[in-house]
Design a protein around this ligand. Structure first.
Ligand code: ZN
Length: 320
């Protein structure tokens, strides 16, 4: 029988970014390195940021080691690496206009990396927040000429963005954002092709590399740009099923004040992110463990049910 003490709490990895801010510290209470920090890699076994486990039976071990050496925790989920990467993004200034490859392109051109399907749940949006998602060129040549002429406003599909919006960003979708805190669920990949970086210079006076040739290879010229990130599916007993793609599923779970919620887990394992509020989690009727905003944990395969109390907004993600 699983116990509350079996929940696995990875220690986040923080990544400095030219477009980042300090809200991961001021709003989530994380202990950050100095300067603008853009990304909290909350649950990651990627070699660029492989989380160390905090506490419990696996204290001090890396998530990649658990994947390789303790497969029972992940219920026999397939694949040669932990498949998901859960981040919080603090996008204070523009994220570069970018696009990600699919598995086939990344395997061939990026040394066996996975491709990158990602999705964004918007936790907070500033009054002047902007999001670009999708593009209007009908083919490679048209995209290249519009980009060369810097016709970004015509080329990119800009739509309003509000807290509580959700965006699926499949490989080949050009995207950028500014002025938002975002919970991101993605494949465990770190391959980004930058199309445009707003002519910014880094601290050392250089600009970040662009990858227009690769971007032109992978952009999906047939996709219709979307008009809204508003969630259309219903919330049932506090649970909103945000997406199911080839690689992952994502649910939003609201635990209402003074109530308790039981979440049945039907997948080999689940990643849980506390995005707002505070409360407790318990397994098999054990003593509850306190939870607060900014904590993330993995419920291993033996956990078939999680009981929550308090007032919290959770994002729960799991392999497809
Ligand atoms: Zn991206």
């Amino acid at each position: 029988m699983a116990h509350t003490s079996d929940l696995i709490f990875p220690h986040p990895v923080f990544v400095s970014k030219i477009w980042g801010g300090r809200r991961l510290e001021t709003e989530f209470g994380y202990d950050l390195p100095a300067g603008p920090v853009g990304e909290c890699w909350a649950i990651s076994a990627h070699p660029h940021g492989d989380c160390v486990i905090d506490g419990g039976a696996y204290d001090g071990r890396r998530l990649s080691e658990l994947w390789n050496e303790e497969p029972q925790l992940f219920g026999g989920a397939s694949g040669d690496r932990f498949p998901l990467l859960i981040k919080i993004l603090d996008v204070a200034d523009y994220l570069s206009v970018q696009v990600h490859p699919d598995d086939a392109y990344a395997a061939e051109h990026e040394g066996g990396s996975l491709g990158k399907s990602e999705c964004w749940y918007v936790l907070e949006a500033d009054d002047d927040a902007r999001i670009m998602i999708g593009q209007r060129a009908k083919g490679r040549a048209e995209f290249a000429s519009m980009a060369g002429e810097r016709r970004w406003d015509e080329l990119l599909n800009e739509i309003p963005v509000d807290a509580g919006d959700f965006f699926n960003i499949s490989p080949g979708t050009v995207h950028a954002v500014k002025g938002a805190l975002i919970l991101e669920v993605q494949q465990s990949s770190d391959v980004t092709y930058r199309v445009y970086d707003f002519d910014r210079l880094q601290g050392d006076g250089t600009s970040r590399e662009l990858h227009l040739a690769q971007a032109l290879d992978v952009i999906d010229y047939d996709a219709e740009p979307i008009a809204t990130g508003a969630i259309a599916v219903p919330e049932i007993d506090g649970v909103t099923h945000l997406t199911d793609c080839r690689y992952f599923g994502v649910d939003r779970v609201r635990v209402a004040a003074g109530s308790s919620a039981v979440l049945a887990l039907g997948k080999p394992f689940a990643c849980v992110s506390v995005c707002a509020g505070a409360g407790t989690v318990s397994v098999s009727g054990d003593e509850p463990r306190g939870l607060r905003k900014g904590e993330h944990f993995i419920a291993p395969a033996a956990c078939t049910e999680l009981s929550f109390s308090g007032e919290m907004l959770l994002i729960v993600s799991y392999p497809a």
